[in-house]
Design a protein around this ligand. Structure first.
Ligand code: ADP
Length: 395
């Protein structure tokens, strides 16, 4: 183990995930998660050297602070305090204010808080986590790593919506893009795989998890991405609708649905779940489709078709494409979905290699196309490692 440990924290409104990471090797020395914060059944679990411990949190207490106290205790009892160099926080929204990882002081914390206008569920929860961590580790540098930051290089023609400038000026309505840390990481790993400098690498990164997005990466920089003002836009996802005709909102409103009900329809009841009427879990859908479930078949077909259409459209800004890069739970593991996507791209000559496709899963990286085909790779993402490294660079 090196002397470069970073505590990576992802604080949600009712949860907190953490990992004490070696920023050089990427190994997590201790990792864990708390859930159901704010409720009587709040609890926390963690792993040290593969051994799992679970604890119920006190009813009525500040669970974020209690979780942080447990983390401090774990670091001390494992005699790791001297090695801990920094705390890295995942922050969903950095708006136009943050285009890179940033050392947190009072002013930065106030700016992250102010961005709750754009991310009302996420940023306030991050602020709670950051405050608890600053209290627990007052002498350590605390660094915010933003999901939106990588996409701040998009040109105006990619990030503006075709709506009045007034709405952009007054409310900041534009495409921000998310999953930036993942797109950044896998594009860098792809450059290594290609033996090219990142600044000379053009790839389309395809992050397919419960949330899903693509990014066109030109010369190592994001030039377009499929999520937008919020993570609801772009691809069809586990439970999210992705791109739809905005007039549907007005139509549903006139049918008597409230704004909250419409949002719930599009965010939680749509996507793979809504179309299949079965599940948002890709594995379950593949199994059901094989057994002839029509809803599951249609959901997977739509999913793959839409990913392929986005990939084709991102050839426009790239002019030269070195590789398509699949990542995320589905991208890293689902052979049939990857194969379906490549089939939809047959016009460009893409062809999956059955053996190579079968080999690249469960954390294994590699090429999944035949030698005659343009290149598609699988690269497992590692957002925690990026957060640890970027925090370490500021320590
Ligand atoms: P999140 O966006 O919540 O981080 P993940 O990246 O963990 O999501 O991806 C979750 C998705 O990955 C689910 O649809 C799940 O079915 C799928 N997935 C995970 N493992 C496999 C697997 N072995 N085969 C196929 N799909 C998988």
């Amino acid at each position: 183990m090196s002397d470069a440990l970073v505590l990576v924290i992802n604080s949600g409104s009712s949860s907190l995930k953490f990992a004490l990471m070696d920023a050089q090797t990427g190994d997590a020395v201790i990792s864990g998660a708390g859930e159901c914060f704010g409720r009587d059944d709040a609890r926390m679990s963690w792993k040290v050297d593969g051994e799992k411990t679970e604890k119920t949190l006190s009813a009525g207490s500040n669970h974020h602070q209690e979780a942080m106290d447990i983390i401090v205790g774990l670091i001390e009892s494992n005699q790791l305090s001297d090695k801990l160099q920094a705390v890295g926080h995942r922050v969903v929204h950095g708006g136009e204010t943050f285009s890179q990882a940033t050392l947190i002081d009072d002013a930065v914390l106030a700016q992250i808080d102010a961005l709750k206008a754009l991310a009302p569920l996420h940023n306030p929860a991050h602020v709670v986590g950051i405050k608890a961590a600053r209290k627990a580790f007052p002498s350590l540098p605390q660094v915010a790593v933003f999901d939106t930051a990588f996409h701040q290089t998009m040109p105006e023609k990619a990030y503006h919506y075709a709506i009045s400038r007034q709405l952009y000026n007054d409310y900041g309505i534009r495409r921000y893009g998310f999953h930036g840390t993942s797109h950044y990481y896998v594009s860098r790993e792809a450059a290594k795989w290609l033996n090219q400098a990142p600044e000379q690498t053009n790839v389309i990164t395809v992050h397919l998890g419960n949330g899903a997005s693509l990014c066109a990466v030109k010369d190592g920089q994001s030039v377009d991405t499929s999520m937008g003002f919020t993570p609801l836009a772009g691809l069809m996802m586990g439970t999210r609708c992705g791109d739809i005709d905005p007039s549907i909102l007005e139509f549903l409103s006139k049918k008597g649905l409230s704004t909250d009900e419409i949002h719930h329809e599009l965010l939680d009841k749509a996507g793979l779940l809504g179309v299949s009427e079965l599940t948002n879990d890709c594995r379950g859908l593949v199994e059901a489709a094989e057994q002839g479930h029509k809803g599951a078949q249609l959901a997977l077909e739509m999913f793959a078709y839409r990913v392929a259409k986005y990939i084709a459209s991102y050839m426009v800004p790239l002019s030269r494409l070195d590789a398509i890069v699949f990542t995320g739970g589905i991208g890293e593991n689902s052979l049939p979905v990857r194969e379906m996507i490549l089939k939809e791209l047959a016009i460009f000559g893409y062809q999956a290699d059955a053996d190579a496709n079968a080999a690249a899963r469960f954390g294994a990286a590699g090429q999944i196309t035949t030698q005659a085909s343009p290149l598609a790779l699988v690269i497992p993402t590692n957002e925690e490692l990026v957060i640890a490294q970027q925090a370490m660079a500021m320590a």
